[in-house]
Structures are given as C-alpha cells and as structure tokens.
Design a binder for this molecule. Sequence first.
Ligand code: SAH
Length: 466
Amino acid sequence: MNDYDSDLALGLLKKQGYEQTEDESQADVILFNTCSVRQHAEDRVFNQISYLKKEKERRPELMIGVMGCMVENYKTQFFDDFPHIDLLIGTRSIRELPQAIERARNEKQKVIELSKSGFGYDLYETPRREGKFHAYLPIMTGCDKVCSFCIVPYVRGPEISRPSKEILETVKYLADQGVKHITLLGQNVNSYGRSLRAKRPPKDGSVQHRLAESNLGSEIVSASLGMLPRNDDNFSDLLANVAQVNGIEKVSFTTSHPQDAHEALFQAIRQEPKISRRFHLPLQAGSDRILALMRRDHTLAEFRTKIDRMRQLVPDISVTTDIIVGFPGETDEEFEMTRRALEEIEFDGAFIFRYSPRPHTGAARLEDTTPEDLKTKRVSALLEMQRRITQRNNQSLLGTTCQVMVTEISKKSKEEVLARNWQEKKVVFPGTANDIGRICYVKLNELVDETFRGVRPRPDPTFREI
Ligand code: SAH
C-alpha cells in the first residue's frame, strides 16, 4: 500500500516535469512517505528528517515534505518539532501533492493537506507498475476493524471500497497496456464491498427492509436472501472477474483478515488457477485470551479451521502469517501457545513483530509488564523456529516442476532470470531479458537460503509460454 502511494506520488510529480534522483544534494524536493504501524519505523523517519536540517539551512529553496500515515498521526506537530519541513500530505490527499509543493514554494508558507474522506486518488491515475507487466491496484482504502494494537484505522480512516465496475474497467485498461499480473490491495481485502452494500438500503416495506429494521444488519440480510446488489461487489466474485479479464494471467491480493476469510474465497481460489497460491493470513497470537485482548474476534481453533479448509480445497496453497510478540501481559504460557501454533500450523513464512504501543489505540492503555530482554528472546526463538519450518517446507518442493512468472534479470548473473512461482517463492534459472513477464515451467533443483535454482525442462508437453 505504501509502495503504491510512493509510486503514485512519483507519477504525479513526473507529470509536472520532475525527475527522480538518488542524489540528495541534487534534489529540489525531498519527500518522506511514512508508516506508523510501529514506533521503530517512525523513529527512522524522525532521524532522517533531523539530518536534513543542515541541508535546508544551506539551500533554503529545497522543499522538504512528509506524506503518509505519520502526517495523520502527528499533523502540525511536525512543523513545531521540525521547522525545516515545508509540507505535510495526509494519506487521502496525495492528489494535492504537486499543487501543495507549488504553494509552499511560491507563497513561502507551510502547507498541510489533510482530507477526512475519499480515496485521495483516481482509479486511472498512474497505477503502480513493476516492469510493464505487474500493477498494484487498491480496491479499497481504510479499515473498519478495531484491532486494539493497530493504528491503521486512525491514520487511514474508515473502510471504503471502490465499485467493482470501476475496478474491472481499470484492470481492462491495464491489461491493454500489457499488464499480466495484478495485485489487489487493501487493509482487509476480504471485506471488500461492505461499504458499497451498506450504501444501498433495502426499499421501504420490502422483506429485506423489515429484516434490516430488525437489526440483522445489511450484510446478513443480503447474504441470507442472496440479493447482493451487484454480484461482484464482494471479494470472491471480484477475484474471479479480475482473473477473467483478457490478458490477465495472475492475480494476487493482500491482506486478509481471518474474520472475513470464508468458504467463498477458498472456493474462488480453488476454481481459478490464475489466482496466486500465496495466502497471507495474520494470526498475531496463539492464546485466545491475548487474541480477545487484541480484539481479533476469532480463537486459535477458528483460525486453524479456516487454514485446514483452505488447505483441503487448495492443496498447493502456501500460507504465511504475522505474529506480534510481547503484547501487554503476555505470559510465558501464552507465548508458548504462539510458539506451538507456529510449530503445528507450519506456515510457509511468518513476519514476527515485537509489540509496539501506538497512540490512539486501545492496547496503549494496557500495562506492559514484559521485560524487554524477554521479548527479544521470544522474538529470536520464533524467528529461529520459523526459519527451520520454512526451510523444511521448501525442501519438500525440490524435484517438482512449477509454473513461474519471470520478473527480472538476476542481480548475480546476466545469464539468469529471477521469477516467482504461484506460491510467490523465488526461483532463479537460465534466461534472458526476453523472458521478463513470461510464464514458463521450471524444475526446482536446488535451494539457496529461500531461493530455488531451477531449469526449464525441454521438451515439455505442458509448456505454455506467454
Ligand atoms: N491491515 C494491514 C496492515 C496491518 S500492519 C495488513 O494486514 O497488512 C501489518 C502487521 O503489522 C499486522 O498484521 C501486525 O502483525 C503488525 N502490527 C500492527 N500493529 C502493530 C503494533 N502496534 N506492534 C507490533 N506489530 C504490529
């Protein structure tokens, strides 16, 4: 999501005639796109901004700006703490960036753009591209969940979905431009469409209206009567429809929330080979008490039931997760439950985060009694165990042949290319620049860290080059 925003900002500035430079001393504008999910990320931005104070004194015409979640978190406090900052752009105001720079420069005043609603960008505006065959596409923005540790709903606002018709038009447009791989983005893609459905209240006096009046909520009413307003204003249908667009060969999505990941999604993945076989489903913790304190609205058993069902329906699915270690009050036994959950579920990969108290969140009010060195030990223990599980899972794939999409020339050798298979695992094999964007089949022969080395079996009856 943040990568997408950075690219969007870059695209808007390029339209104004700006060029990108790696050399700070050459830059007329320096922009920080920021993340507030953990304190560590914020601290790094604060350090880098402080470091630019001297450069601004030397070159007062240099424009320094901050965009993204930290702007929503700190607002004008940034100007108080760092007087050398010229502009602040909130998460839903990226579109205003070029004008904001001009205003800050011409009127020699500080500019802050904070919008309370909307997307902050149009559908057709510079969707992110990697090469010319991969694009990221936000299908929704914000988040209506209330996870007690998470600042995202505060800095990104309420959940708003884009109408599926518009999304599909954009996908067609991108496919016409040569895009083959689309990654659908959202804080919680599984609840895609909820805001659209909520906007269409049932008519007065109808059965649906009476059911809605009886407090069942529009979702249950819609689902029980099979009357979703547009049948693709829900995630599983959207996925299937995006995959059907002519020219689209692969569809990925991120991120999912266990509470909204249901059978319909699993079935959609099962039925459509173009959909990526990587499923990232954050567990966060293995203890039901901690999960309840986190307000995740599921138990470990419920989470496992979903994973089991997904694996049953899509045997080649690669499931990854996020874990937070050291949530306030996490006991040794509760940590052990997380450790055991990782051991038993055998994810293909896991991001292990140390809990970071965030302002505006419920958990920030809880007393954090876990000593820091104990948290460090817990993080290391999980990282080490997960590394072994990932390696074991990867080793079991050696000798098999899989479909991959080539993304780039290998950094280590010009005669090799780097590709990702449908489980999003990295594969290196002999190839040339002509292969970039191609789909081919590769036999996995060797494993170096988490990257496979392979060869293209020839002749291959199933070979399909695109
Ligand atoms: N909804 C998005 C963004 C969540 S942030 C998504 O799911 O991708 C990604 C991960 O960061 C979360 O799953 C969680 O594991 C971690 N995280 C969020 N807030 C945190 C906090 N206060 N401390 C530590 N980790 C956190």
